[in-house]
Ligand binder design. Structure first.
Ligand code: ZN
Length: 436
């Protein structure tokens, strides 16, 4: 599936614009930043398949976990107590405040402040990303250069946050988009992306932007399979979705994140491996000179979906995986770190993977006694050239291997041709009565 140049430009602009709107928001596991994020994502979907916002009260039990209190940050800063100058301010960068910091207000000297500061001495200009979801504490993240310049204090520190649950309210929200397919028995594809990180572009915004674009594009065309998009905070969000949908068994799952930031596409296999999503993704990513890596029980939400109790086949698509690039979980994972062409390539690859899931099938050659005459059936392309050769080779491979057991994808792999070329040739042969 190739996009025309004008389409590519429009698509790049759309993916970029969405990330720019999302980037400044103070997201976490819960809170207004997540609601605002879902509202922005919902803007880009038509009323025919809206983004549904699901709400689960804080304190709800989800398997071995508990939905945390809702966290909101109104303001947070470290000021020089003498001059009143704000030295570090949440208003300047969402990474400055440790996510889930408890409220605090007080005057501290440097030694008292130190245990609450986080910086990266080996990367002196970057602000790290830190969370404190389960340990009740507060803290600030800052560049090493900012830390070195703080002075001796004393400091006035304000952490104006709220943590609400129980009678005060408090909830976890996540988004879901459903696109019912034409064939209710064909199964469902679940595409999952986390939305709990603040101003980090590759690690979460790239996946969200591409996922919503996919939902919009799939919704505008015919599709046999059903699609479901789950946009939820990492770990607790996907577990909450799983707890709330015990009867839903998606047949193919794909976790999306980190789709920019350099490097080739990387597909991580499902725990079992050899599933339809694995075969489709390995074909597409392999042809794009990407990397295929085996399952490991570390990473993003694929580890929840693949857990033994659910046993759902979830693969994952990224570029350079988390932890393997120096910008990971720092302020250097900004809008400039994600390139437009990377997102378009990722989206095109995902659409090709879905094309395989939609279109793979097994046929039988109905004219198996020697090679059939393609010319007299109008199947020989009139024009020469490489794509014509591919089309003929695709037909010959299909006639050679369609034994009622070997799928179109398997034949594409053996022929070394893209699935889409084989699929088109199969349709031509079906139309000519040569396959059935
Ligand atoms: Zn992350």
């Amino acid at each position: 599936m190739a996009l025309a140049e004008a389409d590519t430009t429009a698509l790049e602009a759309q993916l970029r614009r969405r990330m720019e709107r999302l980037y400044p928001l103070c997201r976490s596991l819960t809170g207004d930043g997540v609601r605002q994020t879902l509202a922005i994502l919902a803007d880009d979907l038509p009323a025919t398949h809206p983004l549904e916002v699901r709400r689960v009260p804080s304190g709800s039990h989800v398997f071995d976990w508990t939905v945390p209190p809702e966290w909101n940050a109104r303001a947070a800063w470290i000021a020089d107590a003498t001059s009143g100058e704000r030295l570090i301010d949440l208003a300047d960068h969402t990474l400055h405040l440790v996510s889930y910091s408890v409220p605090f207000s007080g005057r501290l000297d440097r030694a008292e402040l130190e245990p609450h500061l986080h910086s990266l001495p080996d990367r002196p200009d970057q602000i790290p990303y830190r969370t404190s979801y389960y340990a009740r504490d507060w803290g600030f993240c800052l560049s090493q250069r900012q830390r070195d310049g703080l002075g001796r204090g004393p400091f006035d520190v304000v952490v104006d946050t709220t943590l609400t649950e129980g009678d005060e309210g408090g909830e976890l929200v996540y988004g879901e988009v459903l696109l019912p397919g034409e064939d209710p028995d064909a199964g469902e594809v679940l595409i999952s992306s986390h939305l709990c990180h603040p101003s980090l572009a590759n690690d979460n915004l790239s996946g969200l932007s591409v996922a919503i674009e996919l939902a919009s594009r799939i919704g505008a065309r015919r599709h046999r399979l059903s699609y479901r998009f789950v946009l939820a905070p990492g770990t607790i969000g996907s577990l909450t979705w799983l707890a709330e949908h015990p009867g839903v068994r998606p047949r193919h799952l794909l976790v999306l994140t980190g789709l920019g930031g350099g490097g080739p596409l990387v597909y991580k296999r499902t725990r079992r491996g050899g599933q339809a999503i694995d075969r489709a993704a390995e074909h597409v990513v392999g042809r794009r000179a990407g990397r295929i890596i085996d399952y490991s029980p570390y990473g993003y939400d694929e580890r929840q979906y693949n857990a033994l109790g659910f046993d759902l086949p979830a693969g994952r698509l990224t570029r350079t995986p988390h932890g393997e690039y120096p910008e990971y979980h720092t302020s250097a994972d900004d809008l400039g770190f994600v390139h437009d062409d990377e997102l378009v390539e990722a989206m095109t690859a995902i659409e090709e993977i879905l094309e395989v899931l939609e279109g793979d099938a097994t046929y039988r050659n109905l004219s198996p006694y020697g090679e059939p005459q393609l010319g007299k059936r109008g199947l020989y392309p009139k024009m020469g050239g490489r794509s014509a050769d591919d089309a003929v080779m695709a037909m010959l491979w299909l006639m050679a291997c369609s034994d009622g057991e070997t799928s179109v994808l398997s034949i594409a792999e053996r022929a070394g041709l893209p699935f889409g070329v084989l699929r088109k040739a199969a349709d031509d042969l079906l139309g000519a009565g040569l396959l059935g």
